[in-house]
Ligand binder design. Structure first.
Ligand code: CTP
Ligand code: MG
Length: 167
């Protein structure tokens, strides 16, 4: 039990930057769109207007900033891991939009699981490529927590009129 709690806390230290990176663009974003309006042969946008360079920059910057705050806990190399996890989160978010556009879903349409966990899976993947691994139990438990947290925060953002849809 103690071991699991330590694994959960360790994962949190690495994934907190990714969570902040994923959430920041909702409040901090700005044009141009990452795909510059480009469409693929299917006639749909590569990513769509929901993915902007301003949001990408805000996500990576704020996620890396979390790494700076965590520095005293984990050492200066953690800033690099925070940047890596944040970049992973943003790639996962872009991947999700790419898949949604290919599936014919408009910007802002709901894609269950992909919307909530895409960024998390990619952040874990990027950290893994950077040589950081976690216990599978900790990864699964955080997947459930992040899913619920994502639903709750997006609902709050909708109520605060930061988002036009509650997902
Ligand atoms: N956002 C942004 N740039 C990013 C990611 C997000 O500008 N790289 C902003 C957009 O204003 C977006 C909002 O954050 O509308 C919420 O993000 P998300 O729910 O991921 O985008 P959606 O609008 O739902 O678009 P999609 O259907 O492509 O997921
Ligand atoms: Mg969305």
């Amino acid at each position: 039990m103690g071991g699991l709690i330590i694994s959960l806390l360790l994962l949190l230290e690495y994934i907190a930057p990714a969570m902040v990176a994923n959430g920041a663009p909702v409040v901090l974003h700005g044009p141009p769109p990452i795909d510059f309006g480009k469409r693929l042969p299917d006639g749909r946008r590569v990513f769509g207007d929901g993915k902007s360079w301003g949001g990408l920059l805000a996500g990576i910057t704020s996620g890396t900033f979390v790494g700076i705050i965590e520095w005293p806990l984990l050492g200066p190399q953690h800033i690099a891991y925070a940047a890596l996890a944040s970049a992973g989160a943003m790639c996962g978010d872009l991947f999700g939009s790419f898949i949604k556009r290919r599936a014919g879903l408009e910007r802002g349409a709901e894609a269950p699981v992909l919307d909530q966990l895409g960024f998390y899976v990619f952040a874990l993947l990027f950290l893994y490529m950077g040589g950081i691994t976690f216990s599978i139990y900790a990864e699964l438990i955080w997947a459930v927590i992040i899913y619920v947290l994502h639903r709750a925060t997006n609902w709050a953002a909708y109520k605060l009129k930061l988002k036009s849809v509650p997902w």
